[in-house]
Design a protein around this ligand. Structure first.
Ligand SMILES: Cc1cc2nc3c(=O)[nH]c(=O)nc-3n(C[C@H](O)[C@H](O)[C@H](O)COP(=O)(O)OP(=O)(O)OC[C@H]3O[C@@H](n4cnc5c(N)ncnc54)[C@H](O)[C@@H]3O)c2cc1C
Ligand code: SF4
Length: 334
């Protein structure tokens, strides 16, 4: 790990000014915010991240969870994953988020990990984390060791010939199904960005993963008011039952009237280069009876553009089955 300067500002403006010192974007910037540290410190130890300045944002008052004006819930950037998962309003109105958070990492990690840190966690592609291998995300233009290498865990949707890395987060899949927005403050003021517009697919610049600019600080995540009468669910399929990233996951928010589907949101994890919203599956479900045949049709639609690599073709069928099972469970009468 290379030497770095450490600061712990007590004001948001002060933190943003310090963050804006870096000329590069958030990824690999010289000046980095640190929240729980469970992603960033790991990557610094591996020499993947080499910030010259660490700006500890834990003294900022950004950990509250409170009702949003007009309905919904505002989750502060520094609210810990365990606090959010066990919050009574989250458990009651946004079960998919609670379930997603509790399916991730371990209790110890969830006690440290924050909402904003989770939004910005990096891929678990083994080549990204090993500086001995070529990786376009780490070093633009270097090549991609995963294409033709070990890619069993990697993405089948939204990939490019430059990068097939998966966004590994569970939280972000749930937030996508819930249509959350992200509040950001930067040197030019504050803005609110729908999660669907926050992440960037790799294209020819896999080093740039989101729309953040130098100095941009995530302040909070807002969940819209819950859809009346809806149920939500997170289903995660993985190699072992705990302490493991998703091979495939599905986040569902759904409302039925009788057997007819009136409202459906479908997001997938473990398969996309970004948390994957499937408008195609939602379109198939909307207005139709909640039957196994329509669930399978929705799953086929969600995966129709899948482009597996050499080792992860199994994810196509696994993802379809995950969607069908999640839809079945979320529409079963209690
Ligand atoms: C062993 C292990 C297993 C795991 N398993 C899972 C799993 O199964 N599922 C899962 O989803 N995750 C898993 N994780 C990842 C974990 O969820 C993340 O490490 C964690 O959420 C990151 O949060 P943090 O607060 O520690 O982030 P940090 O490491 O502090 O920061 C991460 C990034 O976010 C930036 N950042 C943080 N806050 C802000 C802000 N407010 N504004 C702008 N930038 C900010 C930092 O600069 C940094 O780049 C695992 C991690 C480990 C180590
Ligand atoms: S898939 Fe992406 S992160 Fe993995 S080696 Fe290729 S460029 Fe790097």
């Amino acid at each position: 790990m290379q030497p770095f300067q450490y600061t712990r500002p007590f004001g948001i403006d002060q933190a943003i000014q310090a963050g804006a010192l870096s000329q590069t974007s958030q990824q690999f910037a010289d000046a980095r915010f640190i929240a729980g540290g469970t992603t960033l410190v790991d990557l610094m130890k591996l020499d993947v991240e080499r910030p010259k300045q660490l700006i500890d944002i834990n003294a900022l008052s950004l950990d509250q969870i409170q009702p949003a004006p007009g309905g919904g819930l505002v989750i502060g950037a520094l609210a810990r994953n365990s606090t959010v998962a066990h919050h009574p309003v989250v458990q009651r109105d946004y079960a998919v988020l609670s379930e997603a958070l509790l399916s991730g990492a371990s209790p110890q990690l969830r006690n440290m990990a924050t909402t904003s840190g989770n939004l910005l966690q990096r891929t678990r592609c083994v080549y990204f984390r090993d500086t001995a291998h070529a990786c376009n995300k780490r070093e633009p233009g270097a090549g991609c060791s995963a294409i033709g290498g070990h890619n069993r865990m990697l993405a089948i949707l939204g990939t490019s010939k430059e990068c097939i890395a998966t966004n590994p987060s569970d939280q972000n899949v749930a937030l996508t199904a819930l249509e959350a927005t992200i509040q950001i403050q930067g040197t030019k003021g504050t803005r609110s960005v729908p999660i669907n517009e926050f992440y960037l697919k790799p294209g020819s610049t896999p080093n740039r993963e989101n729309i953040l600019e130098p100095g941009d600080l995530i302040l909070s995540v807002t969940l819209p008011p819950p859809t009346a009468g809806s149920r939500s669910l997170y289903l995660k399929l993985r190699d072992r039952a705990a302490y493991e990233f998703a091979l495939v996951s599905a986040a569902i928010v759904i409302r039925t009237n009788g057997s007819r589907i009136e409202y459906a949101r479908v997001a997938l994890g473990g398969v996309g280069t970004v948390p994957w919203r499937s408008h195609e599956a939602e379109h198939v479900l909307q207005g139709h009876p909640a039957t196994p045949a329509i669930f399978r049709k929705a799953a086929e639609a969600a995966l129709k553009d899948a482009q597996p690599a050499s080792e992860n073709g199994f994810k196509v069928e696994l993802a379809k089955r995950c969607i069908v099972r999640a839809l079945t469970q979320s529409t079963q009468t209690a």
